[in-house]
Design a protein around this ligand. Structure first.
Ligand SMILES: [Zn+2]
Ligand SMILES: [Zn+2]
Length: 352
């Protein structure tokens, strides 16, 4: 008899359920992974509720299998897979190449013309809120030693933050400001600390989330208690921050990012803005000769993020503020149930 597994399906309108389906079989080039942890992302919460532009514009097909922030252990490998074996601890890319276009056929999977999105919008590749997961071997990465499976479920958000960090030449003299106390902001703090920045400031308003940033080594600036721009200017002798990572996506924080940036600073905008920004002071960007980068969490940043983890072995656990068992995970998809959560990790398989 074919083995069965539990899978969480999101049906939209804040509905979802766990169903059973057959464990998929490995085919050549693929790997079957026993999922250990899967994180709940803000995008998952948006898609679960259906109250987001993706659902409104029909870019998501329900029921959808969410889950793009996962870690697991290799259960079986398909024919031709030599780089992984049973028992390897792995994480996966947030996109899956089609395998058929010119780029894929040339082995250049990152430039696939028909990339599938893991567990989010169409064209979608089933996400990892399930017990067993199948994925092409070239989209897997080994978890560095010293990083637990639970921590490794943060590899994907770390790779998103790395998409900004990789454009910044952070040294021991650098000052780095991070805006936004969500998981990506925390990931930016971790990476900037690993790279040895002199100061890493986290700017936010939620005291309990700011405490997570403090536990990661950031100096915290609570905008409810002080003016962030004035504070950064005071702390830097009027120079501003060398590198700014804006991970909040709000009109005020975009303006803040530009205002706290130093002359010739690099400002990374990580994430999407819900509205168009018409009140942008372009002259400030010009006068400061800023470099502005948009970061959307594209594929290809996982290896870079993992190599920083491998070298520095940071403690990532302050980012995971909540943990749920798989059979009770539905509560975690509703934002208001966990207003102070930075990251909710769902425990699906056993701990390492
Ligand atoms: Zn995510
Ligand atoms: Zn392709």
């Amino acid at each position: 008899m074919q083995k069965e597994m539990n899978v969480f399906l999101s049906e939209g309108c804040s509905r979802g359920r766990i169903v059973t389906m057959p464990v998929p079989e490995v085919v050549p080039g693929t790997v079957l992974v026993k999922i250990a942890y899967c994180g709940i992302c803000g995008t998952d919460q948006d898609l679960f509720s259906g109250e987001c532009s993706f659902a409104e514009t029909g870019q998501v097909s329900y029921p959808v299998r969410l889950g793009h922030e996962w870690s697991g252990v290799v259960e079986a490998v398909g024919e031709g897979v030599t780089q992984f074996c049973k028992g390897d601890r792995v994480v996966g890319d947030n996109a899956v190449s089609c395998g058929k276009c010119d780029a894929c056929l040339a082995g250049d999977f990152a430039h696939c013309a028909h990339m599938l999105n893991v567990g989010t919008i169409d064209p979608v590749y089933d996400g990892a809120f399930c017990e067993y997961y199948i994925i092409a071997a070239h989209h897997l990465h080994k978890i560095p030693e010293g990083i637990s499976l639970k921590e490794a479920s943060l590899a994907e958000p770390l790779s998103v933050a790395y998409g900004g960090i990789k454009h910044m030449n952070i040294t021991k003299n650098s000052t780095v400001a991070v805006i936004g106390t969500g998981c990506i902001g925390m990931a930016a703090v971790v990476l900037a600390k690993c790279l040895g920045a002199k100061n890493v400031w986290m700017i936010g308003r939620n005291e309990s989330k700011l405490e997570s940033a403090r536990a990661l080594g950031a100096e915290i600036i609570n905008i409810k208690q002080c003016d962030a721009v004035q504070t950064i200017m005071d702390l830097t002798g009027g120079l501003g921050a060398d590198f700014v990572l804006e991970c909040s996506g709000a009109p005020e924080t975009f303006k803040q990012a530009i205002d706290i940036a130093a002359f010739r600073a690099t400002v990374a905008l990580i994430g999407f803005y819900e509205h168009r920004e018409n009140d942008v002071n372009v002259d400030t960007m010009v006068a400061k000769a800023l470099t502005l980068i948009g970061v959307m969490g594209e594929m290809g940043n996982m290896a870079g993020a993992l190599s920083i983890l491998a070298e520095h072995k940071p403690d990532l656990l302050p980012i995971i503020t909540d943990e749920l068992d798989f059979d009770e995970c539905i509560a975690g998809f509703t934002r208001k149930n966990y207003p102070n959560a930075v990251k909710i990790a769902v425990k699906i398989g056993e701990e390492d």
